[in-house]
Ligand binder design. Structure first.
Ligand SMILES: [Zn+2]
Length: 474
C-alpha cells in the first residue's frame, strides 16, 4: 500500500505568491514562490494519483499578514477547508486569544491538535491525537503546539492555558494509539527543530515527525531514533511529500521530496478565486510605492537582520532615540526593490505601538544575555526565543559557546564601552522587544510601527542597511 503524507508549515498568512529568499553562487537572491492556489494544485494532483494521501499543517497559519490579522484569522478559513487539511497545530494561531482559536476551530473541517495544551483545571484544551485510516492502514497522529506560548509570547495568547514540552505526553499517546491499531505514528510538532530532535531522542515509536516553527529547509529526512524528521521552510514556499510503502503494518520503504511551490506547478482555480477575494480590498496597499531598497531586507539570519534594522531605524527616528530593540521574529517575506505599505505590514502585521523606556546599561546587558541564552541554550527546550533580539545603536561582541550570562564580551555605544551605570532612553516594539520587567518610565508613543516606517521612508526613500552590524561573533 502506498501512502502519501504531505506537509506545509509556518505559512504565516502568505496566501498568494510572494518574494522568498534563496541562495546562489552570488549570495542571496529573491524568487517569487508560494501561494495556496499552487499548494492546492499540487495537493490535488497528488490526491488524484493516490487517494491514500494525508495533508498536515504545522501551524503559524492563522496569523502573519494584514488580511489575516484584520479578520482575526477568519479570512483563511474557506481556503484551509477547501484544500482539505487533515490536521493543524498552533503557535501564532493563539495570537487572537484561546477563545478565538476555539471559535475558528468550530468553523474548520479538520481538528487543531495539541497534546500539551491544558486548561486551568488540567483538562485538555485541544484534541491531543487523531486516528486516520487510508487503504486499510491506520495512521495515528499526535499534535504538539508551541510550548513557548505561555512563556515568552504576548500574554493574551496563552491566557488561562498551560503548555508543556510534550515529552511526558507523547509516549502515553503512542501507546494508546498503538493499542487502537495504529500502524504508523506521526508526530506533528510546533516546538521547533532542535526541540523535536531532543524529544525524538527520548521517545520510542515515532515513525514520522513533521516539525515546524524554526523554518528549517530539510531536503532529506534525518533519522532520529527510528523516526524520520522533516521541516519545510516557511511562508508556504515548500511542501514536503513523503511516499511510504507500507506492508504488514510497517513502513517497508519510503521516499521524500521537498517541493518548491513555484509557477511550474498546476494552479487550483477554485483556491485562486478564494485568495483573490480575500486580497482584493488590499490591492491598493500592495501597489502604491513608498520607498525602495537595493539590498534584500529579510529575517533569515539568526544573528543580524536587514529587515529589522529598517524597522528599528524607523522606530528610533519616530522617538528620537538612538538605541532600539525588537524581537527576533522569523516570519515576514523578504523585501527587495520597491517598498509598499503591504510590505510594511508584513514586517509588523500586528502594527504595534512604538514605545520608549529608560534602561540602565546593566539592564540592557542583562536583557541581551537572557535573550542569547533563550536563543542558544544548550538544552533545546530552553531555546524559547525566535532569533537573537534585534538591536540598533549598539555593537555587541559575543561568544555563543560561553556559559549562560557570560556570552557578551563587550557592548559598544557610539564607539565606547556602554556605561553600565548610565540610564539610556531606548525605543522598542512589543513586550517581546523589551519585557515588562526591564526599565522605568515606559511610554507608548502616539505612532504605531507602520506609521513610523512610513514616515521614515518619507525622510529616507531609498533605504540602505547599516554596514556595521549589531552583533559580532568574536
Ligand atoms: Zn512558530
Amino acid at each position: 500500500m502506498k501512502l502519501n503524507i504531505l506537509f506545509i508549515n509556518d505559512v504565516h498568512g502568505y496566501l498568494a505568491p510572494h518574494p522568498e529568499l534563496f541562495y546562489n553562487e552570488t549570495g542571496e537572491v529573491v524568487e517569487t514562490v508560494g501561494g495556496y492556489e499552487r499548494i492546492a494544485g499540487l495537493v490535488e494532483a497528488i490526491r488524484n494519483d493516490n487517494p491514500n494521501t494525508l495533508l498536515f499543517d504545522g501551524g503559524d497559519t492563522l496569523h502573519g499578514t494584514k488580511p489575516l490579522v484584520d479578520s482575526q484569522g477568519e479570512a483563511i478559513i474557506p481556503i484551509l477547508n477547501s484544500i482539505k487539511l487533515d490536521a493543524l497545530i498552533g503557535h501564532w494561531d493563539f495570537g487572537y486569544g484561546p477563545e478565538r482559536l476555539q471559535e475558528i476551530s468550530e468553523h474548520l473541517t479538520f481538528p487543531i491538535l495539541g497534546c500539551n495544551v491544558y486548561n486551568e483545571d488540567g483538562s485538555s484544551f485541544l484534541n491531543p491525537t487523531m486516528m486516520y485510516e487510508k487503504g486499510g492502514v491506520k495512521i495515528g497522529v499526535i499534535g504538539i503546539c508551541a510550548m513557548i506560548v505561555d512563556k515568552v509570547m504576548p500574554e493574551k495568547m496563552g491566557k488561562g492555558l498551560k503548555f508543556t514540552s510534550g515529552v511526558d505526553e507523547v509516549p502515553q499517546h503512542i501507546k494508546s494509539l498503538k493499542a487502537q491499531g495504529a500502524d504508523v505514528i506521526v508526530l506533528l510538532s510546533h516546538n521547533g527543530f532542535p526541540q523535536d530532535v531532543a524529544l525524538l531522542e527520548q521517545v520510542e515509536g515515532v515513525d514520522i515527525c513533521l516539525s515546524a516553527h524554526t523554518h528549517n529547509r530539510i531536503y532529506k529526512p534525518l533519522m532520529i531514533n527510528g523516526a524520520r524528521i522533516v521541516q519545510c521552510g516557511c511562508h508556504g514556499s515548500f511542501m514536503g511529500k513523503f511516499t511510504l510503502e507500507i506492508e504488514k503494518n510497517t513502513i517497508k520503504n519510503y521516499a521524500y521530496e521537498l517541493i518548491k511551490i513555484d509557477s511550474s506547478l498546476p494552479k487550483s482555480e477554485k483556491i485562486d478565486v478564494l485568495v483573490e477575494k480575500v486580497l482584493k480590498p488590499y490591492q491598493n496597499i500592495g501597489t502604491v510605492v513608498l520607498g525602495r531598497t537595493d539590498t534584500i531586507l529579510h529575517r533569515y539570519n539568526t544573528i543580524n537582520s536587514t529587515m529589522d534594522s529598517f524597522l528599528l531605524n524607523a522606530i528610533a527616528n519616530a522617538t528620537k532615540t538612538d538605541i532600539a530593540f525588537s524581537n527576533g521574529w522569523r516570519y515576514g517575506a523578504p523585501i527587495f526593490g520597491d517598498i509598499t505599505e503591504n510590505d510594511l505590514y508584513n514586517i509588523a502585521p500586528m502594527n504595534p505601538p512604538v514605545s520608549t523606556v529608560e534602561m540602565t546599561g546593566t539592564e540592557i546587558k542583562e536583557m541581551l544575555e537572557e535573550n542569547l541564552e533563550r536563543t542558544f541554550c544548550k538544552d533545546p527546550f530552553g531555546q524559547m526565543g525566535g532569533y537573537v533580539k534585534r538591536v540598533l545603536g549598539l555593537q555587541i561582541n559575543m561568544r555563543i559557546e560561553n556559559p549562560n550570562g557570560h556570552r557578551i564580551q563587550e557592548i559598544y555605544y557610539e564607539g565606547s564601552h556602554l556605561n553600565l551605570e548610565e540610564i539610556y532612553k531606548v525605543s522598542f516594539v512589543t513586550t517581546q522587544g523589551v519585557a515588562k520587567k526591564y526599565g522605568k518610565n515606559r511610554k507608548e508613543h502616539h505612532m504605531k510601527a507602520v506609521d513610523a516606517m512610513k514616515s521614515y521612508l518619507k525622510k529616507t526613500p531609498i533605504y540602505t542597511p547599516e554596514k556595521v552590524v549589531s552583533f559580532r561573533l568574536v
